[in-house]
Structures are given as C-alpha cells and as structure tokens.
Ligand binder design. Sequence first.
Ligand code: MOS
Length: 763
Amino acid sequence: MTAAVPEPKANMGQSVPRYDAVVKVTGRATYASDMPLADPAYAFLVTSAIAKGRVDRFDLDDARGVRGVIDIVTHENAPKLKESKLFSNGGYAGTTIEPLKSADIAHDGQIIAVVIAETYESAREAANRVKISYTATAPSATFDSPGTTTAAAKGQNAQFKEDPKVGDFAKAFDEAEVKLTASYDTPTQHHNPMELFSTSCAWMGDNLVIYEPSQYVYGLKNGVAEQLGIDADKVRVVNPYVGGGFGSRGSMTPRTAIIAGIAKRLNRPVKLVPTRDQGFTITTHRAETRHEIKLGARRDGKLIALRHEGAEVSSRPDAYCVGGTKTTTRLYACPNVDSLVSIVRADRNTPGFMRSPPEVPYLFALESALDELAVKLNMDPVELRRINDTTVEPIGGKPYTSRSLMACFDEAAKAFGWAQRSPAPKSMSDGDWLIGHGCAATCYPTQMGPSAARVRLQRDGRTRVEIAGHEIGTGAYTVIAQTAAERLGVPLEKVAVFIGDSDLPPAPVAGGSNSTASTCSAVMMVCDQIRQRLFKAAMPGDSLTDKAKETVGISPAPSTQAAKSGRPPDLDKAFDALGVSIVEEYGEWKPEGAPPDSFRAMHNGQVRLVGGHTMKDQIAYAFGAEFVEVRVNRFTHEIRCPRLVGAFSAGRIMNPRTARSQLMGGLIWGMSSALLEATEIDERTARYVNDNFADYLVPVNADVPGVEVILLSEQDDHINPAGVKGLGELANVGTNAAICNAIYHATGKRIRKLPVRLENIEV
Ligand code: MOS
C-alpha cells in the first residue's frame, strides 16, 4: 500500500490536505438540497411503468385526497417548455426526449407526473396513489431485440465525424502470420453518485436560482433559460459542493426546467429530491457496447493490422455514442488500421457520459485482445506492448506531446512483482485458490477548455479566487487554491476559493478530465495579471516589469521566502504606489487551437474542449499501466481481487494526495466495472431491474484489500500553461481488461463479456 500522502517528486505540487476537508467531514458542506429555502413546496416524481406507449388516463382523485397536496402536474397541465438540442450536438440536454409534453412514453421510468405538496411525505404518498392507465406497445430493449435499428455513427452525431482508418487493413490482415478475431461485450452501467439528483428552484420576481448538483453550472443556466424562454442572465445555478458526478451531471436533464416552471406557476420555491431508483431513468447512463477486434501481427509481435468495430445502444431520438475507436486506433504503432462505430436505437432513455466514457468499454476490447495475441505469440504481454509502443500515433502521423506508457509498465511491473509470475495459465495456486496475474494499459486524452477567472489580492495577502468550476470530489478547490498561492506567493491559508456558482466567471464542464488543466491555467494567467500590475506600480520603468512578464507561462512560483513572509516582495510598496488596498483582475484564458467562437461559447455554456487527438500537430494523452492479481476458487468459482497496482504519468501533478485519491478511486471502479457493475435490463419490458444499491453491485472496502498508486514524474511543456494532463478518468480504464487477463491466467479460460461473475467461471 502506498502512503495516503505521497512525497512529491519532480514536477509535482505539495500534498496539502483538501481545502474542503473539514467542512465535509464535519457535515457542514451544503449540498444542493441542503440549501435553505423560504416556505418551499415539495415535489415528487411519478415515473412510467412501461417503456413504450402512451398514458391513456390519469385517475388523480385518490392522490388529490392526500392532505397537503397542492397540485399534480401531468402532460395535460404542464408548464410549456422549449426544446433543447442534445449536448453532443451543440445544445445542453442529455436527452431530447421531452417528458410531460404529450401522453407519449419513450422509455422506462420517464417522468409522467409531478406531485406538489406541503411536505415531502405528502407528495410521496400522493404520488403512490396516482393511478395510470397505459396503452403499452412492445418495446425494443437492447442489442438483438426485435425492432431496433442500426446505422453507422458517422454523420449522425456531431462529435463523431470520422471512423479512423489508415493503410490497407484487409490486405495486411490477410497476409499476417498471426491473426486474432475476437468479440467483447460490456454492460449497461449507472453512475450512482452518492448525492441524489435533486433540484430546488426559487424565483425572485423574474430571477431564478437553481440549487442542483451539476458538473456544468454555465451549461445548466443557459439550457434552462433556453427551455423557459428567458434571458440566461436571469438564471443562476448554485452548487458549492457536489456529491459525485462521474458524468451524470454534465448535461441538463428534463427535470430542472419542469421544476422551475412549476415553481414559477406556484410563486413558491419548489424542492425535488428524486429517489435512487428514479435516478436510474431520469438521467443518463453508460450504454451497453459490443466490439469485434481483429489483430494481425508478425511472428516477432509487430502489429501490422488492427480493426476495431464497436456498437453502442442509444435511444430512439438521440444518436449518442462514445466512439472509443478515436483512442484505440491510435494507441499502438500499426500501419494498417480500420474501424467502424455503429449506433443501435432502442426504446431506452438516452445514454450519456460516464467516467472515461469511450475508453472504459473500448480499451476493454483492445487490451483484452492484445493479451490474447500475446498468448498466441507465446510472448509476455508487457513485451508485446513494448514492441508496439510508439511516439507517433498511426492515423494522422502526429507525435505524442509526451508518452510514458512503457515507463509506467516498468514501474508498475516492478512494484507488482510481475517477473515472479509463472506465465502458463493455471500454473499458480494457493490451496483452493487459483491465482492469476494480468495487466493492461490505460490512457486518457488530455483536454482543455476556455476558462475565465477573477482574482482579488488584498494588501495583507488575503486572496479571493472566483471561478465557476465544480468540486465533484476531485480536489478542485484545493488545486485552484494551491495555484493562486504559488503564483502570488501568498500562504495557502490566506486563499479563499469560490466555485460552483454560475454568477462567477465561466469555467468549462467538469468533464473529460479537463478541469485542473483549464481552471488552473486561467487562475495562473489572472494571477500574473495582478503581479504585472503590482510590479509596474512599484517599479515604473524598472526591469521588474519585464521580470513579471517572464512569469507568464509555466515558470515556477515566486520565492518561498515571499510565501513565508505572507506576501510577495514589495507588496506594500506596490499597493502604496497604486494608492489602493485591493487589486482585482479578471481574465479569459483559452487553450491553443481553441475555435474562434470559444469565449462566446464559454459564456453561453457550450463546451469547446480541445486536446487529445484533435490538436493540429500533436496528440496529447496521459498514460498508465495496471497490474492485478485475482484469486478464483476452484470449487465455488468465487472471484477475489486482492491486489491492484497502477503506475501513471499525467504531466504536472498539482497535488499528489488528491491525485492519488482520484487514481485509487479509478482503479477500484475499474475493478468494479469488471467484476460487479451491470444494470440488468428485462428484455421483454425494456426496464431496468436492479435500480437500487442493494442489487446494483459496487465494491466495499473488503473487496479491495490492496490498492497501490504510483505517480511518475513527467514534464510536458506542449499541453497548457499549467502543464497538467487530466487524470480523473485515467485509472478506471483498462482495469477491466487486466482483470479478465488475470482470470485467463488463473483458469485458462478467456472471458470476453462483462461483468465476470462466478457463474461465468469455468475451471
Ligand atoms: Mo466525465 S464522464 O467526462 O464527467
């Protein structure tokens, strides 16, 4: 086990404790539904018990008779809302399915009525007494269900423009000395953050305040304004703390504008706290996927042909897809590559982002297939990856800005004791337990988005940083505070950070692991504006002005001596010269290569992330290597995972403590995605079966006795001023493959469908 507070190595910040640690462990952090409202009414959702068809009739008499009921809203009397485009098509919404617009039902658990009452209990009781007559039509549930339609993703989804290809795959595969063709399946999964999907709306005249856990306050503000048909400046979204996101709160869901509309009509604040099971259907999820991988290699292990075909389930109206071939076709050197992503439409709610959306399912396929190829070649799987390692991605021929993949493999292999493995399947055991060791690569694109910030420095060193970033548990407060303290040379405890409020300067969606790179780059830039002003005032015409200019960029922080004295050098002098007691600067930062409309889009809550493979002359990814031990009981087939070891490189590590925590959480989630998590769908009814924490399995401490996170030093000057590659979504990629590779090693049987449960084990 590594220490919880790792010693910083080269190009790493200090492992300071979390900025929000005390308020969180003392229960004083105010989550959205904790926000006090004056005389709120309580909403409870009624959701559909069928997946396709229509509501014929509501019988509301019994429900209306419950004491305290104020109103029951159905499609017959719902507030009129405007449409919003899908997030991935330039809009704000996670689905274009509009509940309460008509009697039509497009998916299981769709919102069909909202009960408003004086108390939560009354609303819930009345909701249970709403009687609904449906006309149900047979729904198409998933892959292979009658009535689904399948089409190439290309051209349907604005974010999936091209199926990556290069060379002549068919010819090369035909000629390959060693070939592999294999299919892989991943299940539906739900994010299930601890904080429920609450929404509270309060109007003050024409101004609306929304308290809702969100990963994108500017997106939600603009999206709800669009749906309500009001000016976005009249809407404010507030959420200083968010109890987990994992992608589930990146796009707007239908519930928000509905609650806002009801609150307006009632002229009273309305609070909605949906139940856990409702969260499975009123937001998004990770869709089930299917893959076929074809690999052709020379006897020496060199890949000469690679084809990745993926299929993903989406809803009827929305062509959502994650399209992970953008990554899997670029990860290893290979001259002949082909790929195809398809979308299968079914009668389901629209899927959406879930932690490492493309890479989790698509690298499961690729990293499993590589292990299978290594077996065919009778080669160590680490060596197979070394042989095919590259500094240039094969599709566009662009160099990686930095790539420490094999360094990660070497470090993790050493810590794991990979050299002691006996490679033959079923050759290691301990009593009744077969032991398996497996590994896989992980990678995640380095992404950045335009971001603004406002920083205020007082004469006594007190500093206030304002930026509409999001604390979804990742450490955003902490790294933003560290950045400002370092850059201004003030003590960390003098820095106050304000995030999670759309009245603050805009920051990007807390998604795609871009937050640290984007917000810290913006904060650095604005701190440098302050330094320049101070130096200019203190030393007019002096060379210090030029010196201040030099600090714009990635140069190290001001002297530690300044930090000790509580103020940058000459702070008093500078403030005297300026004749003020506060210096405040606002600035807008955009990454290199950001589109021309970036700043306008930033204010409008539209995402303009750049990076990954979309950069002009380079490609930027963070990398890692993961090794796991599994133990499979030869009689009961029980599967245990006593050890997870990962080594990661992600540019500058702002805070090794919070970084380790992110990566550890990722490894555990990766294990969970292999062995535990799946949302089961009843294929007859297209409904989710295990929509609760009792039946939707997630790991507990006893499932993860050993997790080791190794942070590698890496310096990358090509990505952003902060030098940061995102790592929030890095570690839970590839773990699923590493586990299946280890299960193969333990049992000699390859499992290509997740999750792996004891009934899937053959010994
Ligand atoms: Mo992450 S799934 O991009 O919030």
